[in-house]
Design a binder for this molecule. Structure first.
Ligand code: IDP
Length: 164
């Protein structure tokens, strides 16, 4: 029935995570934080040297913001680690583990969070997490289109969202 289908989709929910350049020196510790969340599994991982054109596409929704070019410079300042995490409510679970966008605010309101522990300020905030199913689908396709297509072609009858 539909409830079972929703539960299956939720169980298989994927989210996109990026360890940003400022946290790459402590990437192992960020991955350890992911491993501590027993319900999340790292399903895919890729080291990427993000080019400015790709960074502009990835953050297109912010293209009119004053910080846009600074953001592009920041995320292209060194390699990033792109990951697909899978688990029940993965999008929400990872956003909560991340903490608020501004690392200084995170240290006040979410002291154990990834951004509190590994980030610096509202720009250099260590890691990214998709904020919705739409964003997760778009962002995963952006970094993992080749492997995602492979996953979707398996025999299980998955919905478009659950297979991402
Ligand atoms: P999110 O990453 O928590 O979803 P967004 O508002 O989508 O936050 O912003 C994307 C990224 O842009 C942030 O993670 C941060 O690196 C950067 N950013 C957001 N707001 C500012 C700002 O006011 N100044 C500088 N950089 C910012």
């Amino acid at each position: 029935d539909t409830r079972t289908a929703a539960a299956v989709a939720c169980y298989r929910q994927s989210t996109f995570v990026m360890i940003k350049p400022d946290a790459m020196q402590r990437a192992g510790e960020v991955i350890s934080r992911i491993e501590e969340i027993a319900t999340l599994r790292i399903a895919d991982m890729r080291l990427v040297a993000l080019q400015p054109s790709m960074a502009r596409l990835f953050y297109a929704e912010h293209s009119q913001r004053t910080f846009f070019e600074d953001l592009v410079s920041y995320v292209t300042s060194g390699p990033i680690l792109a990951m697909r995490l899978v688990g029940p409510d993965a999008i929400k679970v990872w956003r909560e583990a991340l903490g608020p966008t501004d690392s200084n605010e995170a240290r006040r309101s979410a002291p154990g969070s990834v951004r509190a522990l590994f980030g610096t300020d509202k720009q250099r905030n260590a890691a990214h997490g998709s904020d919705s199913r739409e964003a997760a689908g778009r962002e995963l396709a952006f970094f993992f289109k080749d492997t995602v297509d492979g996953i979707c072609s398996t025999s299980e009858p998955l919905t478009e969202l659950s297979c991402l």
